[in-house]
Design a protein around this ligand. Sequence first.
Ligand code: NAD
Length: 479
Amino acid sequence: MDAALSTLHPDLWINGSWTATEETFAVQDPATGETLAEVADASPEQALAALAAATEAAPGWAAAPPRERAEVLRRAYELIVADEDRLARCMTLEMGKPLTESRGEVSYGAEFFRWYAEEAVRSTGQYGRSPDGKRTLVTVKKPVGPAYAITPWNFPLAMATRKIAPALAAGCPIILKPAAETPLTSLLLMDILAEAGVPAGVVNCVTTSDAAAQSAALMADPRLRKVTFTGSTEVGRTLLHQAADQVLNVSMELGGNAPFIVLADADLPASIEGAMTAKMRNIGEACISANRFLVHESVAEEFTAGMTEAMGNLKPGHGLEEGSTLGPLIDDEARDRIHGWVHEAVRAGGQLHCGGEIPSGPGHFYPATVLSGISAEMTLAKREIFGPVVAIQTFDDADEAVALANDSEHGLSAYIYGRDGSVLQVAERLESGMVGVNTGLISDPAAPFGGVKQSGLGREGARDGIEAFLETTYLALTW
Ligand code: NAD
């Protein structure tokens, strides 16, 4: 077993202790196919035991002075940062991304604890007179109650901390269900949070291979008050239906199909550098990955050549190998799906500039691939690619670029490169929760992360992230 996993508890974290299960499921290294660990497979009854623990812990945690909660969060931040080597290695092993990127995720993921340690002490209630002067109006913010957090496999640490930190800051207990592909980092996080002083029952982690059964049981229970989900739009839709029965408070961070627009006057070397960041962070497996490259006709050839060179310089390999910059995809299903879309595009007239062939050998590797001549009807333009494929379309004028960009049911992120003032005018017309203007990097714990249209409901990060775990109570006072 890798040293990073030597202290791993592969069990359920419920009410401040580790609980074993009869059934387990295997977690594999996507670069080799080897089993890294056998992890507890919770039954719906065990998930309900976690909800019972969270419900019991809720009043005490809600009543704890904000400063006390903030100090726990701050300690969690420091412990995560100090544990960077182990956490990063664990993420690379279970998810496949290069170690440098995993280190980046440790900093990003830890930052949510620091940011919300600072937000925890800022009350946003209000006090004022009613317009007719007859009453005093007071609003207070209260924790919404026990929350259920479901996270995807692509950012094993940050997707969990982006939910746990604001929940704790707001005074809510939380039950985490990490993705079955990458639960190990979340399990390491549980020991860190206990060491930081999170009381028993306030954070619980229930790994399972049957997410649907677990979620149905928890969401039908009236003790649960919130579900916060990050994952595909398809599963999000199912959860929204389920949440309706108990009228649960919901936050949904769903899929994307980000346009990356290069205007005629864009700084091309900067656009290519930004495009590589927006496309290739996390092996292209990010909800905010640039998915549709929309390039002005006059610069398309040069941009395509630059991207082909930059993509060709990526070095495939196990994420722990020195110098590797292109890890494996999460599984063969993802690889086969992407490969099918690439060749469908080639058959329909797209030009392949590099990649496009599945390599032999272990692991779910897919090569860095660049195609031009893509049209809006092709699957590569319609679906979230989630892999190392650059698909380039062209446009004639800004109106066409905006129309192409907005032609999607998703609206999570968008990117635009251009030099004169029109870049902002175009950016404002994009139907997107987040827009990177002359930058390929938009995630920041201090900024509201989330989408419009079918990319989600609500925002994580910033002040919005804590508000998502708070209810407003209004008191009308006369005396
Ligand atoms: P997914 O929807 O398949 O799974 C996400 C989580 O939901 C996992 O924990 C999974 O076990 C669980 N799940 C699956 N079926 C369920 C069900 N019926 N009931 C309850 N839970 C269920 O998504 P994924 O493949 O893990 O992640 C990739 C997707 O996540 C992409 O679409 C990506 O865009 C999206 N994503 C969005 C954001 C964001 O912030 N908007 C961030 C990362 C990933």
